[in-house]
Design a protein around this ligand. Structure first.
Ligand code: SF4
Length: 437
C-alpha cells in the first residue's frame, strides 16, 4: 500500500515548483500525493515568508493539524520553504507535532529526513549546501506533467530591497549551469511539455555557465532553449528593472518563442519611496525602460507589482504611483499593503496608518482593474494563439492561456497540449472566450 503525501503550497511560483520537485523526490520513498490531509501519512507545508500574515498562517494551519496527529500518531509533519528557512528549530520548539523542518536549498534531503522521522528522529536542515540540489532530484515523471511547466534557473537575490526577506531566506543569487537547464528542458519537451516558465527570484539577473564555456545571460539561455523541438513557448518571472539587459529586450523583439508578456515589478512611482525601498532606480528610468521594451515588442502585455503604505509614503508619493500606473497602462498588476518583515531594514520604520494604506490599496486596485479590463476588451475580435491545458467547466470546453497570458476558454475538442489559433469573441472579468479558427 503506497504511503500518502499531502503538500500544501503557499506563496510564489517557485514554491509551486519546489513542491512538485519534493513530491517527485518522495516517489522513490513509496509515497504518492493526495489532495486530502486527512488521508495522508505525511503532511508538508511549503511556506512563504513574504507577508506577515503568511508566517502566522503557517502556525495556525499547524494548529489545525494537531487533532489529525492525535488521531493518527504515525502521521509525519514537515515544514518547508521560506518560513522554515527563517525560523528553523524555533518551529519544533513552538510546534512539537512537527517532525522535520527543511529550507528551500536543501529539500533534496527530504527523503532522508522522512526516513529519520519514521525512526522517531526529528530534524532541521536550513543549510545552503555546497552540492546542487538539482543534481540529487529525480527526472520529472511524465505522469505529473502538464502542457506548461515551471523550471527554476536562478535562485536567491542580492538586491536587498528594504521590505523583502528573500535575500535572507533564499540566500544570494545563484544561476544554474545552462547545460543542466537545457537537459531538464529537453526532458520536459520529450514528455509533452510545450511551454516553460523560467523561474528565479531575480530571473533576469541570470548569469550561468554556458555550454560554450562562456557566461550566459538570460537572453542567451532563452535563445538556446528556443532551439529545442517541441518547446514552443518560453516565459520568465520575476524580473528586476535594473537587470533588463539590451539583449533580453532584443529577444522580445525577434525570438518568436519568447511570449509577449512581461512581469516587471516597480513597487512605487515615487523616487523618494523607491530610494527608501533601496530599489536603485527612478520612476523615470523605469518609464524609459518600458518605452524601450515596447519599441522592441509593441503588443507586449506588461504586469507590475505595487506596495502601498510603505513607511513614509505621503499622498504626493502615492499620487506619483498612480501617475506611473496610468502612464504604463498595465495589462494586469499585483498590489499589496506594506507588511513589516522581521530582520528587514524597513521593519523598524513607522508604518503608514492602516486606514490610509487600505484606502490607497483600494484606489490602486480600482485603477489596475480598469486597465486589466480594457486590455482584455481590446483582445475581442483579434486572433491569438492559445495553449490548451485542460477541460473547462462546461462540457466540450477547453481552457488554456493565450500568448499574452490571458485565460481563454473555447468550445472545442482540441486536446490538451495543443497550441491553436483562437479568435477572441468576448471578455469577462478574468478570462476571454473564443472560437478555434
Ligand atoms: S529584487 Fe525582489 S526578491 Fe530581491 S530583494 Fe527586491 S523584492 Fe526581494
Amino acid at each position: 500500500m503506497p504511503k500518502k503525501l499531502f503538500i500544501k503550497t503557499y506563496g510564489c511560483q517557485m514554491n509551486v515548483y519546489d513542491s512538485e520537485r519534493m513530491a517527485e523526490a518522495m516517489v522513490a520513498e513509496g509515497y504518492v500525493t493526495t489532495d486530502a490531509a486527512e488521508e495522508a501519512d505525511m503532511v508538508v507545508l511549503n511556506t512563504c515568508h513574504i507577508r506577515e500574515k503568511a508566517a502566522e498562517k503557517v502556525y495556525s494551519d499547524l494548529g489545525r493539524l494537531r487533532p489529525l496527529k492525535a488521531a493518527k500518531p504515525d502521521l509525519k509533519i514537515g515544514v518547508a520553504g521560506c518560513v522554515a528557512q527563517a525560523e528553523g528549530a524555533e518551529i519544533l520548539a513552538r510546534m512539537p507535532i512537527v517532525d522535520l523542518v527543511v529550507g528551500p536549498q536543501s529539500y533534496h534531503r527530504l527523503p532522508a529526513m522522512a526516513r529519520a522521522a519514521e525512526r522517531g528522529e526529528k530534524s532541521v536542515d536550513t543549510d545552503f549546501p555546497e552540492e546542487d540540489k538539482f543534481d540529487h532530484l529525480p527526472d520529472r515523471p511524465a505522469a505529473t506533467l502538464r502542457p506548461t511547466a515551471f523550471l527554476t534557473v536562478q535562485e536567491g537575490c542580492d538586491k536587498f530591497c528594504a521590505f523583502c526577506v528573500v535575500p535572507y531566506t533564499r540566500g544570494s543569487e545563484v544561476s544554474r549551469p545552462a547545460e543542466r537547464i537545457l537537459r531538464e528542458a529537453r526532458v520536459l519537451a520529450d514528455k509533452g511539455v510545450r511551454e516553460i516558465t523560467l523561474l528565479g527570484q531575480n530571473v533576469n539577473a541570470y548569469h550561468g555557465a554556458g555550454t560554450d564555456g562562456g557566461d550566459w545571460s538570460l537572453a542567451r539561455l532563452v535563445r538556446e532553449l528556443a532551439r529545442i523541438d517541441g518547446l514552443d513557448r518560453i516565459r520568465y518571472t520575476t524580473s528586476h528593472p535594473n537587470d533588463m539587459a539590451d539583449d533580453l529586450i532584443a529577444a522580445h523583439g525577434d525570438e518568436p518563442k519568447l511570449m509577449p508578456y512581461l512581469h516587471l515589478p516597480v513597487q512605487s512611482g515615487s523616487d523618494r519611496i523607491l530610494k527608501a525601498m533601496n530599489r536603485r532606480h527612478s520612476a523615470e528610468s523605469y518609464m524609459r525602460l518600458v518605452e524601450r521594451i515596447r519599441a522592441a515588442r509593441p503588443d507586449i502585455v506588461l504586469s507590475g507589482d505595487f506596495i502601498v503604505g510603505f513607511p513614509g509614503e505621503t499622498e504626493t508619493d502615492f499620487a506619483a504611483t498612480m501617475d506611473l500606473i496610468r502612464a504604463v497602462n498595465y495589462g494586469m498588476a499585483y498590489s499589496f499593503k506594506y507588511s513589516a518583515r522581521p530582520g528587514t531594514p524597513a521593519a523598524e520604520r513607522t508604518p503608514v496608518p492602516a486606514g490610509i494604506a487600505d484606502a490607497r490599496l483600494q484606489a490602486l486596485q480600482a485603477l489596475v482593474t480598469e486597465q486589466q479590463r480594457a486590455c482584455q476588451q481590446a483582445m475581442v475580435g483579434r486572433e491569438v494563439t492559445v495553449l490548451f491545458e485542460k477541460p473547462g467547466r462546461l462540457p466540450g470546453q477547453m481552457v488554456g492561456k493565450s500568448d499574452y497570458l490571458h485565460a481563454v476558454h473555447a468550445a472545442t475538442e482540441t486536446p490538451a497540449g495543443t497550441i491553436a489559433k483562437v479568435r477572441i469573441t468576448a471578455s469577462a472579468p478574468n478570462s476571454l472566450a473564443g472560437t478555434v479558427v
